[in-house]
Design a protein around this ligand. Structure first.
Ligand SMILES: CC(C)(COP(=O)(O)OP(=O)(O)OC[C@H]1O[C@@H](n2cnc3c(N)ncnc32)[C@H](O)[C@@H]1OP(=O)(O)O)[C@@H](O)C(=O)NCCC(=O)NCCS
Length: 171
C-alpha cells in the first residue's frame, strides 16, 4: 500500500531527539539502532544537518534517515543509516522522503560519496550500487549485496576499506 503522503522533510532540532529515538526503537523493535543514533550524536562523525526527519501532512514525524562521517580508505565519505520509519507508516514513502532529502542535503554540502549497509532491494532506487564492484569493502565480512555505495556527483568512487565512526564499534 502506498498512500502517497505529501511528506515534508527537515533536519532535526534539539526538540526532536526523543522522537527520533521512538521512531528508531519502533522500527527495529529493539534498542541497538536507537542507542547507535544517540552514540553517534556524541561522536565527531555527527553532522547535524544530515539527521533528517520526514513528517506527514499533519506534521507528525514518521520517518528518519541519518548520514554521518565515514571514510573510504583516506577519502571522506558518508555512511547512511540507521534509517527508520514508524511501523504504521512503513511502505508509504516516509523512508524514501527522508533518505532522498538527506542525500540532497549532502550533495548540496559538497559531499561526494555515501556508503550503506542494508537491504539490497531497497537502496538501489536511490542510485546505490554494490560496493564490491567499486573495490570498496569492510573489515568485517558482510553479505556482498548488502554493502552499497553511491557517488553523489558522478565522481568515481575510490577503492578502499570503509572506516566507520567510532560509535559503530567494531564493524
Ligand atoms: C526500511 C525502511 C527504512 C524503508 O522505509 P519505508 O518508508 O517503509 O519505505 P518506502 O515507502 O520509502 O519505500 C517502499 C519500498 O521499500 C521496500 N521496503 C520496505 N521495507 C523493506 C525491507 N525491510 N526490505 C526490503 N525492502 C523494503 C518496500 O518493499 C517498498 O518497495 P517497492 O517500492 O518496490 O514496493 C522502513 O521500512 C523501516 O524502518 N524498516 C524497519 C527498519 C529497517 O529495516 N531499517 C533499514 C535497515 S537497512
Amino acid at each position: 500500500m502506498n498512500t502517497h503522503h505529501p511528506w515534508t522533510t527537515r533536519a532535526e532540532t534539539s526538540t526532536d531527539i526523543a522522537t527520533i529515538r521512538q521512531i528508531t526503537l519502533a522500527a527495529f523493535d529493539r534498542a541497538e539502532e536507537a542507542d547507535l543514533v544517540d552514540a553517534l550524536r556524541r561522536d565527531p562523525a555527527w553532522i547535524a544537518d544530515l539527521s533528517i526527519l520526514a513528517l506527514d501532512d499533519n506534521g507528525i514525524p514518521a520517518g528518519y534517515a541519518l548520514l554521518t562521517r565515514a571514510h573510504i580508505g583516506d577519502t571522506a565519505a558518508l555512511c547512511l543509516g540507521p534509517c527508520a520509519v514508524l511501523p504504521r507508516y512503513q511502505k508509504t514513502g516516509a523512508g524514501s522522503a527522508a533518505i532522498s532529502a538527506g542525500l540532497d542535503a549532502a550533495r548540496a554540502m559538497g559531499e561526494h560519496f555515501v556508503t550503506v549497509l542494508g537491504h539490497a532491494d531497497y537502496y538501489p532506487r536511490f542510485g546505490f550500487t554494490r560496493a564490491a564492484a567499486h573495490g570498496v569493502g569492510m573489515t568485517m565480512p558482510v553479505p556482498e549485496e548488502a554493502l552499497m555505495v553511491l557517488s553523489l556527483d558522478g565522481e568515481p568512487v575510490p577503492r578502499g576499506v570503509i572506516r566507520y565512526a567510532e560509535a559503530f564499534g567494531d564493524i
